[in-house]
Write a new protein. Structure first.
Lengths: 236, 356
């Protein structure tokens, strides 16, 4: 017991904050990009739709290490885009916190996109038509009618996105590396201490991650049970 | 004043609507899948016709030749959806407010509509918390607040029945009375159309079958489909037998007509309320049997609260189909049905002579 306490006392909590920060930023980016992409894809023709949907969903289906490899190819400072970013804007993606965000966003984005799209497609199309005949601008219809009525789906999409971004491991370790205090996320910390045989520290982090995951799932259930009683039009 | 001439093709269906309407309420009567709603959607700008022209008043909303296609937002066409399509996430007040063109006057005008449609006290409610009648009033208020020049009503009563339907029809009529623009009402129900529209367009399979006044359509439908749409139950294939005489094949009887029988007659129709009984006095006074008087035998009788429906045929005939005769009765369960066999007259002026 005293051993546990001393370990807890000496514990470096930086992985928790790095993971949370990364998760929040990646979720915010995915939220807007995902909704934007979902809106564009819904309006596109069937061919464009098939291709775009495939590309946007790919990062979720690919092994994260493959995504990490592709991201390295793009952002490596020995490659054109990486060189361009560093020389013109002094932006460094590889081995940096920015890398954590890029990796987490790319991996988690499809969850947001797919949930948003499914939620939009369930909104009664007559609501959109009604908005048009009433003279509402398309953008107004989207933000005031479609998004609020797709609310529960969007909220659960956002939570799933956050959960995925929070736990991202494969792509992050390849792109951002595991620099303690800088890019060292919880997932990477667990992998590292287990390699050192430090099961107690690993256990503490596992408990922390499990607690966060549980809170997220509980929150999602609360939101979706609320949505059933949402102010929907009752039919006779 | 509305002028519509549009064509829109789908796989296995072609919509071609060509009609004009002077003023007031025009009813479009058609079975489901006949293209009624699609026509309204084209007028509102929700769907785009392949070609044609849509003019409301002096404004061209759509003209494929001149490449005019106004956005729905610019058309000033009010659309009342069957399920009302109220925004579930907005309060009554907000629902009505979205359509108000002058944003500065939004609050004030919304309040005026709320009062006009007797929604006072419900401003902060959501559509899901309203009764069916209240929802219709909100939908009407929202549409009127947008100041449309033309109103489209898409099957507004078909999801309702009984008392609520009658009540909402009455309310709707009160609202439409004060509306200066034109109204198009689409319905598969002849009752709705009869009640609202002095002018009627009967349509089927994307085409106009017949247009005219409500009396024209109901009293002299031109062909089989219009007769069916207007609720004629007895229709038999027919053959011309003389200038004023026609043979109804499925009823196996020859009927005198008041209108000359044309060469292209294919069917003869008879509304089930139009058959009349022959009184004993009449029989005795005339001595000879009257025109179109037949001895009928009963095949079956169906009782409903206010009606008897008799299935019958001419006695001794080899009729393939029965003729329906409906008589009014009161609720008395023991009301005695007519006794059969008996003599009945098919008044010749009530016969519908129908083309294909």
């Amino acid at each position: 017991m005293s051993e546990w306490l001393s370990i807890l006392g000496d514990l470096d909590f930086s992985p928790l904050f790095i993971s949370l920060k990364t998760g929040v930023v990646a979720t915010i980016i995915s939220f807007f990009l995902g909704i934007f992409a979902a809106r564009k894809v819904i309006k596109a023709g069937p061919k464009v739709k098939a291709v775009a949907d495939g590309l946007l969903t790919l990062p979720m289906v690919l092994p994260p290490t493959v995504a990490g490899f592709l991201l390295l190819l793009i952002f490596s400072r020995r490659r054109p885009i990486g060189i361009f970013l560093f020389e013109n804007f002094n932006i460094k993606v590889v081995q940096s916190w920015l890398g954590c965000i890029v990796a987490a966003t790319v991996i988690a984005f499809p969850l947001m996109y797919r949930n948003a799209r499914a939620a939009f497609e369930q909104v009664d199309v007559n609501l959109v038509y009604a908005g048009r005949t009433l003279g509402m601008k398309e953008r107004e219809i989207f933000w005031k009618v479609v998004v609020p009525n797709a609310g529960p789906g969007i909220v659960s999409g956002t939570i799933l996105t956050f959960a995925r971004a929070l736990g991202e491991y494969g792509a992050t370790s390849m792109l951002a590396g595991n620099i303690p205090g800088k890019t060292g996320t919880i997932s990477q910390k667990i992998a590292m201490v287990i390699q050192d045989g430090d099961y107690v520290t690993a256990g503490i982090w596992v408990i922390i991650v499990t607690a966060i995951a549980f809170v997220i799932i509980a929150a999602m259930n609360l939101v979706s049970s609320k949505s059933k009683g949402m102010k929907q039009i009752k039919r006779w | 004043m509305i002028q519509i001439n549009i064509t829109k093709r789908f796989a296995g269906f072609c919509l071609h609507m060509d009609f004009e309407h002077e003023s007031g309420c025009l009813g479009i009567l058609g079975a489901s899948g006949s293209g009624k709603s699609m026509t309204l959607k084209c007028i509102a700008g929700i769907e785009k016709p392949d070609q044609g022209r849509i003019v409301v008043g002096d404004r061209v909303l759509f003209d494929s030749e001149k490449k005019i296609n106004l956005m729905p937002q610019q058309r000033r066409v009010g659309y009342l959806f069957q399920n009302y399509a109220l925004f579930p996430n907005m309060t009554v007040e907000e629902n009505i407010g979205v359509g108000i063109r002058d944003k500065k006057l939004r609050r004030q005008q919304a309040a005026a509509q709320i009062q006009r449609f007797q929604l006072t006290g419900l401003e902060k409610r959501y559509p899901g918390q309203l009764s069916g009648g209240q929802q219709q009033r909100v939908a009407l208020a929202r549409m009127m607040a947008n100041e449309p020049e033309l109103i489209l009503l898409d099957e507004p009563f078909s999801a309702l029945d009984g008392y609520l339907k009658e009540k909402l029809q009455h309310e709707m009529m009160e609202v439409l009375k004060d509306f200066p623009g034109d109204v198009l009402l689409v319905s598969h129900s002849r009752d709705d159309i009869y009640r609202f529209s002095p002018r009627v367009l009967a349509i089927d399979d994307g085409h106009v079958l017949q247009s005219g006044s409500i009396e024209d359509i109901f009293l002299s439908p031109l062909n089989y489909k219009v007769a069916r749409l207007t609720g004629c139950n007895n229709i038999s294939p027919a053959e011309k037998r003389g200038e004023y005489e026609v043979y109804a094949k499925e009823w196996d009887i020859t009927l005198k007509t008041s209108r000359p029988v044309t060469e292209d007659i294919r069917y003869v129709g008879l509304r089930s309320h139009d058959i009349r009984t022959v009184s004993e006095d009449e029989e005795q006074n005339q001595g000879t049997p009257g025109e179109n008087v037949f001895q009928m035998e009963l095949l079956d009788v169906v009782e409903s609260p206010f009606e008897y429906k008799y299935h019958m045929r001419a006695a001794g005939s080899s009729a393939a189909e029965s003729i329906w005769w409906k008589t009014y009765k009161n609720l008395d369960k023991h009301a005695v049905p007519e006794s059969f066999p008996r003599k009945l007259q098919i008044p010749k002026e009530k016969l519908l002579l129908l083309r294909e």
